[in-house]
Design a binder for this molecule. Sequence first.
Ligand SMILES: [Zn+2]
Length: 253
Amino acid sequence: MITNNTNTNTGILIRFDDIAPNMNWEMMDKCQDLLNHYNLKPVMGVIPNNQDNELLKYPKRENFWTIVDNWRSNDWSIAMHGYNHLYDGDTNKKDFFNHGGKSEFFGHSYENQLLKIKKGLDIFKKRNIKIEIFFAPNHTYDENTFRALKDSGILKIIDGYGIMPYTMDNIKFVPQLFYKLFMLPFGIQSTQIHINYWNEKNFLDFKKFIEKNYSKVIDANTAFSKNSNSNFNKFINYSLKTALKLKRILFKS
Ligand SMILES: [Zn+2]
């Protein structure tokens, strides 16, 4: 049974994090050429109002929103990656996915989180960009984040554990497990790519990964359409949760 599902249920979504006017554009241009060569459609996690000093150090492109428009017209997906990417305080692993570390959203009131999300969406709206997908800076959420997202009409998140997309409380999730590029033999996954920290070797590794796995790369619509809450997938996702949390810790170090 698994064998029959393997082709349609194996895929990887290319997710870029920290997309903003200030970033490592030299690397972005190279990735863009590579992805276009294979006609692959990634999801771009755009920070609508980037105020993160670490990220502001990178060179700025003044025509950022024209570039985003060009990606859109090339069928790349645009997701919202937080609002301003400013962290305040550690979650002490009390965030929804027990990820730990700093957060832009975790621990804030529902009203505060809703306001952040609305302000972010307004920036996209001004540019006629409809946002359906969200992923929080540093993977950190609490119940109020999900409530605020739903109340803002965002029902798709790329984060969390599992080997297949699933629905929880009316939100669809595509799991994001590994820090490094990694292709599982079965399941639908998302990468997380931080080109700002890349050197030439990282790009060459990515290039090799794409050359080897391009036929398994899927776009965001396809990834979310693989959503399954079958008992089989529930069982697999549940069984692997603890193991994958451990794997995430191992891959991080
Ligand atoms: Zn980020």
